[in-house]
Design a protein around this ligand. Structure first.
Ligand SMILES: C[C@@]1(CC(=O)O)c2cc3[nH]c(cc4nc(cc5[nH]c(cc(n2)[C@H]1CCC(=O)O)[C@@](C)(CC(=O)O)[C@@H]5CCC(=O)O)C(CC(=O)O)=C4CCC(=O)O)c(CCC(=O)O)c3CC(=O)O
Ligand SMILES: NC(=O)C1=CN([C@@H]2O[C@H](COP(=O)(O)OP(=O)(O)OC[C@H]3O[C@@H](n4cnc5c(N)ncnc54)[C@H](O)[C@@H]3O)[C@@H](O)[C@H]2O)C=CC1
Length: 325
């Protein structure tokens, strides 16, 4: 192991500041930006500054933060889990950082990258995830990190991350499951007509990508199943159809998975939204207190004009009427 002094790397960590005291020294636009971020995650913010900008004055007046309208003094950090200093006065920022270190409180110095004991990265939040980009070596090295780089990389990474999520949804190849206990649920998903794996809806793919357990009708395309992550439990449910209803499905077992916090997908051919299976699963879910959603599929009836085009040709057949599907 290399000695710490040779290692300029910082240790990334996500702080839970909900309900926790944070002292911000300074009341200009930079302090205001930090305060905005801190309040957004539920921190209890005290601002120490003789004068504050309009944004902070407004927040203070609305009771969103405590404002001590004076210069920084020793004792202002008492009880704080984190200190942020953005006064523009190196002597004050230095004193705050020094006092914080004595108290073992981490301190973000907005004036000098290397001098503080913590730094705020450029972040973006999406779908329960947070992407943070920070320069390495911001703590302890005295080197000046250029925050513009972190912002530029974050902005460049964002569309890539969004594409990755879209790809995961489209292909189901990236598991979006949240492997954490919680309330499970059941989704009845229509896989669309025939053996074509691409005729499932985007919502259906999204459900598959998030599934822990997939119970499937024997006629759904194998390709859809082969895309599932190896950890996803598969249950061959035999022929599930309007005719069979849920008789070949072990509904109680599916409810049990959902009760254990798992996300269960019941994948059937065509569009199950109006059939017996949907009604029976919904009823079982209702009495068990488990949410059952139905994701429509392209109806198998749509395959008729595709496989027998003459039916829909304007010379031979004027209209296609679906009497029941
Ligand atoms: C070390 C760090 C300490 C910290 O504050 O945590 C720090 C330090 C400094 N910032 C300076 C300047 C600017 N910083 C920004 C913007 C941001 N700065 C942020 C973080 C950090 N800034 C930390 C390092 C992060 C890393 O790279 O790992 C962001 C990401 C997060 C945030 O602040 O919440 C936020 C993105 C906001 C967004 O989401 O868009 C702008 C743009 C603007 O204000 O509009 C300018 C002015 C324009 C310019 O110069 O580019 C200066 C020079 C000051 C001077 O010259 O006087 C220093 C001092 C120095 O470099 O030593
Ligand atoms: N980290 C970042 O993202 C950035 C950091 N900076 C740094 O942040 C500093 C602050 O930037 P701005 O908010 O634009 O400055 P500003 O000059 O608008 O605000 C400074 C604030 O600090 C207060 N202040 C001054 N002396 C104080 C003291 N002894 N005790 C308590 N409060 C005191 C002032 O009343 C004022 O509210 C800049 O001088 C620069 O060093 C600048 C741009 C971005």
């Amino acid at each position: 192991m290399r000695p710490a002094a040779d290692d300029p790397a910082s240790y990334p960590v996500h702080l839970d500041l909900t309900g926790r005291a944070v002292t911000v020294v300074g009341g200009g636009p930079v302090a205001a930006r930090k305060v905005r971020g801190l309040l957004a995650v539920g921190a209890v913010v005290t601002v120490v500054a003789p004068r504050v900008c309009a944004e902070l004055a407004g927040t203070a007046a609305a009771g969103g933060l405590h404002w001590r309208p004076r210069r920084y003094a020793a004792g202002d950090l008492d009880g704080a889990w984190l200190a942020v200093t953005a006064t523009g006065d190196p002597a004050t920022d230095g004193a705050v950082e020094c006092d914080a270190t004595t108290l073992r409180t981490f301190c973000v110095r907005a004036d000098r990258a290397g001098a503080g004991t913590a730094a705020t990265p450029a972040t973006v939040r999406r779908d329960g995830l947070v992407i943070s980009v920070g320069a390495d070596g911001v703590t302890g090295r005295g080197e000046r990190a250029d925050p513009g780089r972190a912002v530029a990389v974050r902005d460049a990474v964002l569309p890539i991350a969004q594409r990755a999520v879209a790809l995961a949804v489209d292909t189901g190849r990236v598991p979006l499951r949240r492997r954490r206990p919680g309330v499970g649920r059941i989704a009845l998903v229509g896989a669309g007509p025939g053996g074509d794996a691409d005729l499932i809806t985007v919502r259906g793919m999204r459900e598959l990508a998030a599934a822990d357990v997939v119970a499937h009708d024997r006629s759904v395309p194998g390709e859809l199943l082969s895309r599932l992550a190896p950890a996803v439990q598969r249950v061959d449910a035999g022929p599930v159809s309007a005719r069979h209803g849920t008789s070949t499905l072990d509904v109680e077992a599916l409810l049990e998975h959902a009760r254990a916090g798992q996300r269960v997908v019941c994948l059937v051919a065509g569009d199950p939204s109006r059939g017996m299976v949907a009604a029976e699963l919904a009823a079982a879910g209702r009495s068990a207190g488990i949410a059952v959603t139905v994701v429509r599929g392209v109806t198998t009836a749509a395959a008729v004009p595709i496989t027998a085009p003459a039916v829909a040709h304007r010379r031979t057949g004027r209209r296609v009427a679906l009497l029941r599907y």
